[in-house]
Design a protein around this ligand. Structure first.
Ligand SMILES: [Zn+2]
Length: 79
């Protein structure tokens, strides 16, 4: 098979395009993962609806805005 310069440029272009696409997909995947992890830490106060993050293992946390105790996490069990 003969590879002309045009073919070479074509392959090079598509190769770099694929690489860019791959890195974009990868960064998007990792971003979604960290975002989901941050979402698991997010607590919304049931009293004043103040949203805050809490990384402690405690299930019930006190709202920093009004001091009301709010249960963290979702009703669905997360593995
Ligand atoms: Zn509150």
């Amino acid at each position: 098979m003969e590879l002309s310069l045009a073919d070479f440029v074509f392959v090079l272009l598509f190769g770099s395009f694929g690489l860019v696409l791959l890195s974009a997909l990868l960064s998007r995947y990792f971003h979604a993962r960290t975002e989901r992890r941050a979402l698991a830490r997010r607590v919304i106060c049931r009293l004043c609806l103040h949203a805050f993050e809490d990384s402690s293992p405690a299930r019930i946390v006190a709202c920093p805005a009004c001091g009301a105790l709010t249960e963290k996490g979702r009703p669905r069990h997360l593995g």
